[in-house]
Design a protein around this ligand. Structure first.
Ligand SMILES: [Zn+2]
Length: 169
């Protein structure tokens, strides 16, 4: 299982730190929910890409002594199954960054698939959230709110709440 943690650093800083990066170890196993001492269980490499940078980053893994499941700790600028950073994806969604129509359409499609969860997330914060009735305008307003949250913070909290990313299938 992958969980996200709010990394107080940029992608460059994270890469520079390498395996010296200090990450928080959860007090309970996110899989079996038992209070255990999660053990360090090595690292793996994955790609991270932004508009101006494409690098490999080391991701720490933990092992639960109770359920024997491994847990990967993704820094908040990444989301599961995407090489592109959250910042990149949200900029493309908000048309602040141009990329191929195909990629932009794919991101928007994924965003719309999660729109009810995204709405529930913001409704939790503000029950009387004024939103347009029109579905497309409503989605665009929610996209702005994700950008302003700011996006990485939103991504982590969303993942904690729904146990999936805001761009998941
Ligand atoms: Zn466990």
């Amino acid at each position: 299982m992958q969980i996200l943690w709010k990394a107080p650093m940029s992608l460059e800083e994270y890469v520079a730190l390498g395996k010296a990066v200090e990450f928080p170890v959860p007090e309970e196993c996110p899989v079996c929910r038992r209070k255990v001492n999660l053990k360090r269980h090595g690292w793996y490499l994955r790609y991270a890409a932004r508009e101006d940078l494409e690098v490999q980053v080391s991701i720490p893994r933990l092992l639960c002594p109770a359920c024997r499941k491994t847990i990967s700790l993704l820094p908040s600028f990444l989301i599961p199954r995407f090489q592109r950073t959250v910042g990149f994806i949200v900029k493309v969604l908000g048309k602040k960054l141009s990329c191929s129509r195909q990629v932009a359409g794919f991101y928007w499609h994924r965003f719309l698939r999660n729109i009810n969860r995204i709405l529930a997330f913001f409704r939790d914060l503000c029950a009387k959230l004024p939103l347009p009735k029109d579905p497309k305008l409503k989605a665009m307003k929610l996209r702005e709110m994700v950008e302003d949250f700011p996006a990485e913070e939103f991504s982590v909290l969303f993942h904690q709440r729904f146990r999936r990313s805001f761009m998941a299938i």
